[in-house]
Design a protein around this ligand. Structure first.
Ligand SMILES: NC(=O)c1ccc[n+]([C@@H]2O[C@H](COP(=O)([O-])OP(=O)(O)OC[C@H]3O[C@@H](n4cnc5c(N)ncnc54)[C@H](O)[C@@H]3O)[C@@H](O)[C@H]2O)c1
Ligand SMILES: Cc1ncc(C=O)c(C(=O)O)c1O
Length: 309
């Protein structure tokens, strides 16, 4: 049974994951190599907890869990039933973490990666007990989005998948077990198909960035939260899909490299909210306001989708 969880990496994803797991009654120890990341995580933990309150996420009868921060990786993983690796999307950085924890974790400890899409089979090559390693792909913001993908690599034991799936369920979240270890799993294959086309349309001057967002959010985005893609095909009619896709599929972006517009921005360190500029520009005040507003709206939508309002 999973009771103690170590989170390695406290950037965009780590603090919200820590808050959500603790609310589920688990004992979380949170570690990052960068002291500034630990301080930032400490300061935003309370905000995530406030959002969980407004979502009505309660703790089990046995009580709420805890989050403890540490700057020592050995301390973080000591006694952990599960280690969730949450460091940047780079195999060599992730492999360094697996090597560092290999001799520190117990014989029963499971290791999960929150990778956005590196096949788990590739990550397993860097750990001595690959049968205990699994993909556990959260969606951002992790304290609000309930769906988590669970992915087995070639060497993952079925029991490891079952334990993680049951853990996710036991704290009121929604596990989706992906049946094949394909790059990007399912959520990001679908998201990146959409993002490739969206970036291409903006880059080619077909639409302005603000209007692209209005079109997608108030068109397919709003709809798809209620009617998933497979159900949408039936709603539109497969005959319509056949007619449109017969001419449209061939015209969609099929570029297999990173779009120049994105490279230009990343080369200039324009990463988005984390650097103050990306597709749009943000002042620190705007970032704070946006994050609050987005959390409020996501909470309200989720309550309605769950039939609670
Ligand atoms: N950002 C998203 O929307 C999102 C969503 C789902 C999954 N993911 C995946 O989750 C993982 C983390 O993403 P993120 O967006 O939180 O990244 P991030 O860059 O915001 O944060 C990564 C953190 O890892 C820390 N770190 C780097 N090396 C480390 C080490 N050796 N030991 C401990 N900490 C270390 C960094 O200091 C940083 O705080 C990635 O694999 C990413 O693809 C990201
Ligand atoms: C752009 C982008 N890339 C990856 C992920 C998750 O792995 C997300 C997300 O969760 O929202 C994302 O937006």
């Amino acid at each position: 049974m999973i009771q103690r969880i170590a989170i390695i990496g406290l950037g965009t994803m780590g603090p919200g994951m820590a808050a959500r797991l603790a609310r589920g009654g688990l004992q979380v120890v949170a570690y990052d190599v960068a002291p500034a990341a630990i301080e930032r995580a400490r300061s935003i933990l309370g905000i995530a907890e406030g959002v969980l309150d407004s979502l009505g996420v309660t703790s089990p009868a046995s009580g709420a869990g805890t989050v403890r921060f540490t700057d020592d990786i050995a301390d973080a993983v000591s006694g952990a039933d599960l280690v969730i690796e949450n460091v940047p999307e780079n195999i060599s950085i992730k492999a360094d973490v697996y090597r560092a924890i290999d001799g520190l974790i117990g014989p029963e400890t499971l290791v999960a990666s929150d990778t956005s899409g590196i096949p788990i089979t590739k990550l397993q090559a860097h750990i001595s007990h690959p049968e205990r390693m699994v993909g556990m792909h959260w969606s951002n913001p992790p304290h609000i989005i309930p769906m988590i993908e669970v992915i087995a690599g070639e060497k993952t034991a079925p029991q490891t998948v079952a334990t993680i799936r049951d853990l996710i369920r036991s704290i009121g979240l929604l596990p989706v077990v992906v049946k094949k270890d394909v790059p990007g799993f399912v959520e990001n294959r679908v998201l990146y198909a959409l993002l490739r086309e969206a970036v291409d349309l903006v880059e080619r001057g077909v639409i302005d960035p603000e209007d692209l967002d209005t079109c997608v959010s108030w068109g397919i985005g709003y709809k798809i939260a209620v009617i998933g893609p497979m159900a949408l095909l039936d709603m539109a009619g497969l005959d319509i899909y056949k007619s449109v896709s017969s001419f449209l599929n061939a015209d969609l972006s099929n570029r297999d490299d990173v779009a120049p517009m994105v490279l230009q921005k990343t080369n200039a360190s324009k990463f988005g909210i984390k650097s103050g500029e990306g597709m749009f520009s943000y002042t620190p005040e705007q970032i704070k306001a946006l994050q609050g507003e987005r959390a409020r709206k996501l909470v309200a939508v989720r309550r309605i989708l769950e039939g609670r309002e």
